[in-house]
Design a protein around this ligand. Structure first.
Ligand SMILES: Cc1ncc(COP(=O)(O)O)c(C=O)c1O
Length: 372
């Protein structure tokens, strides 16, 4: 039986044509028409003034923090449930990622838990739109305004998601995206920073290119980084942008197929919900076992694996990982993260695949939940 992977890119547009154009023209490095075209297309899609392409989503985060002026000794608030890149990027600046609890279900940063973590050293907040569902940005922005903090959206997993009708990537001082192979659109490896702030955009471009003065070649007023994207990556990205609306729509269909196929299992599972103010995108369709069943999660995933279905555990909270370990004061993350499973979510999935996954999940649950 065919193995179903948890993620897979769809490269059915002009990716090949544009990449061959790079090779034929020899524009394979970090100059070339596709970089500008990709940046412009992404900026237009988000409805933002500037988009600055980088070589991955982690460097996009680091670059954004550098441009925002984060320094050693500063503190930046992040959700404890995220991909480790969010925390690492803060550390790369010599600053401290301060962990905040998350909301049940969405696992996004809990605005009500921000205040207790704010000190005189706090410089900003990084809400992460986890698995494609936007964080509750209104309260986060209000808190940031009250305490004079920046908001940097980590939208690595949420291209095209909307908060109260506004696309993510436009809501904070700046925002970052990832184009890793499993994302809503991909460039293989790649990232983007978006901002409406002209001054910030100039800084982002300066620091991305080793800090070289754009008006004076080989003059470096600051220490920068080589975080540039290649023309080949951007060529793939531009082709992906031509189909991004379809990608989002197809993922929404997959979520609807799952909602329908899993509706009979809701006594054992919690399915994703959409906040009234949110238009999520389905990067990873995420389910949770019921409270008390956390010790069965890995057995469920193992049983699915045996039936040819790859899944992923919801990210381990940062506060239990060795680099960021601390005594827990994160009751929601502790109770929810260990029950979460990401099911296969990608455009190559067919409706019958989702049916097969639902059947397999039903079998896996009936076996695993009976375990002592
Ligand atoms: C929330 C989040 N932030 C940052 C990143 C980092 O992106 P990249 O893997 O492109 O470096 C990812 C990537 O998976 C992510 O999920």
């Amino acid at each position: 039986m065919k193995r179903i992977s948890v993620a897979a890119p769809k490269l059915s547009g002009k990716e090949r044509e544009y990449v061959l154009d790079c090779l034929d023209s020899t524009w394979i490095s970090s100059n070339g028409k596709y970089i500008t075209a990709f940046e412009e297309s992404f900026a237009q899609f988000c409805g933002v003034k500037h988009a600055i392409a980088t070589n991955n989503g982690t460097t996009a985060l680091h670059l954004a923090l550098v441009a925002l002026g984060v320094q050693p000794g500063d503190e930046v608030l992040i959700p404890t449930v995220t991909y480790i890149a969010t925390a690492n990027a803060v550390r790369y600046c010599g600053a401290t990622p301060v962990l905040v609890d998350v909301c049940p279900g969405s696992m996004n940063i809990d605005p009500a838990d921000l205040a207790r973590h704010i000190t005189t050293k706090t410089k900003g907040i990084i809400p992460v739109h986890l698995y494609g569902h936007p964080a509750e940005m209104a309260s986060i922005i209000e808190c940031a305004k009250t305490h004079n903090l920046f908001v940097l959206e980590d939208a690595a997993e949420a291209h095209g998601a909307e908060f109260m009708g506004k696309k993510v990537g436009t809501l904070g001082e700046c925002s970052t995206f990832s184009f890793f192979g499993n994302k809503i659109i991909t460039t293989g490896e790649g990232g983007m920073v978006t901002t409406n702030d002209d001054e910030l955009a100039t800084k982002l471009r300066l620091y991305r290119g080793q800090g070289m003065d754009p008006k004076r070649r080989y003059w470096f007023p600051v220490i920068g980084y080589n975080y540039r994207m290649t023309n080949i990556q951007a060529a793939i990205g531009l082709a992906q942008m031509e189909n991004i609306d379809q990608a989002i729509a197809e993922r929404k269909f997959i979520a609807e197929w799952y909602n329908q196929a899993l509706s009979t299992l809701t006594d054992q599972l919690i399915l994703p919900t959409e906040a009234t103010w949110a238009q999520p995108v389905y990067w990873m369709y995420t389910i949770f076992l019921r409270e008390g069943d956390e010790s069965k999660r890995d057995a469920v995933m193992h049983a699915l694996d045996e039936m040819g279905i790859e899944t992923r555990p919801v990210f381990y909270p940062m506060h239990i990982l060795p680099p960021y370990e601390q005594e827990s004061t994160f009751p929601v993350a502790d109770v929810w993260a260990q029950r979460g499973i990401n099911l296969p979510t990608h455009q190559m999935l067919l409706k019958e695949d989702v049916g097969r996954i639902a059947d397999a999940l039903s079998t896996a649950l009936s076996t695993a939940l009976r375990l002592p």
